[in-house]
Design a protein around this ligand. Structure first.
Ligand code: PHE
Length: 438
């Protein structure tokens, strides 16, 4: 059989781990985690977060990996092995991945633009106005999103080994190098300790229900669970690799990178006495404004946006593999045709999403423009929902026992209990709070 007809497999274990960590470490780690940690009690939050990610979110991570690994199928095929009627849940994962892609690539495009303006050292006096005008402009952000997508699609087209595995093996070490350089710079800034205090200062009084939900939501998003990615990456695993060990390696590295991102960002913000923010405002307004005022700021800017670029690229490639693998395996398409179709579909969605920040801003559904709507729909509804379905199917129908991943009886009993009761209950609360109270 030619290689084309064989189902792909990761060539090396490290290739798989790098790809999975590359998917996990994304914008969520850099612009969201450090801020949430600072806001909700510093190292007190970290303890709670570690508990949640180790004992609650590790379960769906392990199950998604094992589900893929055992069935050796992409999302739709994997769910169909339980029951044909359950295919719909596979499709739901794919829809989630496509919706997330449609706004993630728009942000990817912004990152590309910011690398460029830092490289040419453009003189921008106020990034608040600059950013607002840029994202609202009709042409450049759309074009950049499509170019970014085209580059990602090129690697998807090259396949699991020559594309996904290759690019992660190149980019993840570079990501590590850049983040270490930036950390070294940050901790030597004046008032660096204020920034680190904001992030690490333990404040147990801030532990409350809202904070627990924030930690849970963050853990789900950052581990790329509920988007079908982990299942597909798991389906390319070799038989003899442990999904449990892999899951915990991913969790630990993901958390380390999120902490390093905070060590980069907060000293910079506190060194000039500004308030911290999260999300696009932090990355595209606050930090660039600071870079224009400090020595070697544009070099820092280039490094920082290169860091964001690596983080975003390796996550973007993972999410695009979800619909691509689905087309290949369900419709018998070649990887080439599947990648072209995915390129067209995501572009067709990304363009209106980008325009919703400007000319299409008045087109609102449930009071939200398309960008906010897709973000809300995926983060608050689809991710927890898909993950609840997975936990229930794995815990109650397929049964953890049959996955044969825990060999110690006590450990198995604990994880079985967590998977059947604790994780789904926590996720149902997250889903309800995200849909009813926001
Ligand atoms: N883990 C990713 C992040 O933190 C989530 C994600 C993966 C988003 C893939 C988009 C694409 O950003």
């Amino acid at each position: 059989m030619s290689e084309e007809n064989l189902r792909p497999e990761w060539a090396t274990k490290i290739g798989f781990i790098l790809a999975a960590v590359g998917s996990a470490v994304g914008l969520g780690n850099i612009w969201r985690f450090p801020y949430i940690m600072g806001k909700y009690g510093g190292s007190a939050f970290l303890l709670v977060y570690l508990f949640i990610i180790f004992f609650i979110c590790s379960l769906p991570l392990i199950c998604e990996l094992s589900f893929g690994k055992r069935t050796k199928k992409e999302n739709v095929g994997a769910y169909a092995t339980i029951n044909k009627k359950l295919k719909i849940f596979g499709w739901l994962n794919i829809i989630t991945a496509v919706l997330i892609s449609s706004y993630y690539f728009v942000i990817d495009g912004w990152i590309a633009k910011y690398i460029y303006i830092n490289v040419v050292n453009a003189s921008v006096s106020d990034y608040g106005t600059y950013f607002a005008n840029f994202v609202a402009s009709p042409v450049v952000p759309c074009v950049l999103a499509i170019i970014f997508l085209a580059v990602v699609i090129f690697f998807i087209y090259r396949g699991v080994n020559k594309g996904i595995e290759f690019i992660n093996k190149v980019m993840m070490p570079l990501f590590l190098a850049v983040i270490i350089i930036l950390c070294a710079f940050s901790v030597t800034l004046p008032n660096a300790s204020d920034g680190l205090k904001f992030m690490f200062m333990p404040d147990f009084n801030k532990i409350n229900g809202e904070m627990l939900l924030a930690a849970l939501g963050q853990a789900l998003f950052t581990l790329s669970i509920g988007m079908g990615i982990i299942l597909v990456y798991g389906s390319y695993m070799k038989k003899n690799e442990s999904t449990v060990k892999s899951a915990y390696t991913i969790i630990i590295l993901d958390t380390v990178f999120a902490l390093l991102a905070g060590i980069v960002i907060f000293p910079i913000v506190f060194s000039v006495g500004l308030d911290v923010d999260s999300g696009a405002g932090l990355a595209f307004i606050t930090l660039p404004n600071i870079f224009t005022h400090i020595p070697f700021g544009n070099i820092l800017g280039v490094l920082f946006f290169t860091l964001l670029f690596f983080a975003a690229f390796t996550s973007s490639i993972s999410i695009v593999e979800v619909p691509t693998s689905a087309l290949i395996e369900n419709f018998n398409l070649s990887r080439k045709t599947a990648s072209v179709i995915v390129f067209i579909v995501i572009s067709a969605l990304a363009v209106p999403v980008s325009l919703s920040m400007g000319v299409l801003g008045n087109f609102k559904i449930f009071g939200k423009n398309l960008f906010d709507l897709f973000d809300y729909l995926t983060s608050n509804i689809l991710l927890p929902f898909n993950t609840i379905v997975l936990c229930i199917l794995m815990g109650w129908f397929v049964k953890l026992r049959n996955l044969r991943i825990f060999h110690n009886k006590a450990v198995y009993a604990m994880f079985n209990f967590l998977l059947k009761f604790v994780t789904p209950a926590a996720l149902v609360i997250l889903l309800l709070s995200g849909t009813m109270f926001k």
